[in-house]
Design a protein around this ligand. Structure first.
Ligand code: ZN
Length: 152
């Protein structure tokens, strides 16, 4: 609907229904994940977003360079390979904290799911050998969001 303009000097709020879902970059996910960018905070290098993840969708491998906190509002999510691989499998409603340098080889959605997450510091998307595919900072996120929503 409208492009969000972020003014780091002020607080802000977002009515989620006022923003349309945007396709998450297919190179960094599979299965039709959509997102809404809710905030960027350059003063701390963080951003916040909500994700709509259909059953069977997944995020590509990435490392959380800084910590992140999520709130799964709907569905069923496997993080860090799920419980069988030493990670976790959570059902909504669920909260989670992902530590600095947490490696998420695969994040899978076993049901239609939705979660909110705050990222403190960049996400490093990596290939099978740990090489960077995309280093995603708050600036990258804001640029991607503005490019995606400018087309409307
Ligand atoms: Zn992750």
């Amino acid at each position: 609907m409208s492009v969000q303009h972020f003014d780091p000097a002020n607080g802000r709020s977002v009515q989620l229904d006022d923003i349309d879902w945007v396709e998450f970059p297919p190179g960094l996910s599979e299965g039709g994940i959509r997102w809404k960018l809710l905030n960027v905070a350059p003063e701390v290098g963080s951003w916040a977003a909500i994700y709509d993840c259909p059953k069977g969708s997944s995020f590509a491998s990435h490392v959380h360079i800084g910590p992140g906190e999520y709130f799964l509002t709907k569905g069923h999510m496997e993080v860090r390979g799920g419980a069988e691989e030493g990670g976790v499998s959570v059902r909504a409603p669920a909260y989670g904290y992902e530590a600095c340098q947490a490696y998420h080889g695969e994040t899978n959605f076993l049901e239609d799911s939705e979660f909110y997450m705050t990222f403190l510091g960049p996400l490093n998307f990596v290939d099978g050998e740990g090489n960077t595919v995309a280093l995603v900072t708050w600036e990258t996120v804001q640029a991607a969001w503005e490019a995606a929503t400018a087309a409307d």
